[in-house]
Each structure stands twice: as C-alpha cells, then as structure tokens.
Design a protein around this ligand. Sequence first.
Ligand SMILES: [Zn+2]
Length: 139
Amino acid sequence: MPTNCHESGATPLLLCPSCGKQQAHGQHMCRDCGSPLTPFAHSDPVMGVLSRGFAVQQATTNPRKLIVVVGMWLCLLPMCLLGLGWFICGIVILFSPDRVLGLVLTPVGVVLICIATTILWRTTSSYVRQQRGSGTRKE
Ligand SMILES: [Zn+2]
C-alpha cells in the first residue's frame, strides 16, 4: 500500500508557504502573494530581487517576531542618522560661500530620513497592532 505520493505515482500538492494557495508545478514564485517557492527563486537575479522585496514587504506589513522589528531598527536607524547628519551639514553649508553642496546634501538628507522613518513606523506599528490583536483574540 502506498504511503506517500512518490510511491503512488501521484504528483504532490504544491502549496504556498505564505498564503496557502495551491500552485502549479514548475512555478518558482507564488502567483497570488509573490512568495518565493523554490531555492531557484532566491538565486535567480530577477526573482532574487523580487524575493528580497517580498521579504521586506512581509517584514514591514506583517512582522510576526520581535527579532524582525529589532533587525529593521538596526538596519534603518543608521540610515536615519546619516540622513540627519547630511541634512544638518547641508543646512550649515547653505550659509557658507560654497552653497552648491548644501543644495544637494539637504534634500538627500530629508529623503533618507523620510524613507527610514516611514519604514520603521510601519514595521513597529504593524508589530504592535498584531501583538494587541493576538492578545485580545484569545478565547
Ligand atoms: Zn502565496
């Protein structure tokens, strides 16, 4: 008596580990949510970028573990501080005779600060919302 699909000759059911929907064979990424399904999805140049994008999107919108939030802070806090430093330097240089560098540094610093704080805010608030939700959902 066959105990698994290899012995019975049936093709195994391929399910997405992220959304749980059934996937076609030979598929490297989920058509529904974009989750990588095979190791090839991580090593291929184009699909690798999409896989990393999926990981960042998951970490930002659906962080399940505190370590993900801490990791995002460790990665993005230096970027935020760098942006703040460039912004301050740019403002100082704007009042000096060589103000062209200040015209570049100030907006680049603002953009860095905006990107880093937006991602950190979304990640942290999603995690806090999720923790509150799982705390009240217990029956
Ligand atoms: Zn999926």
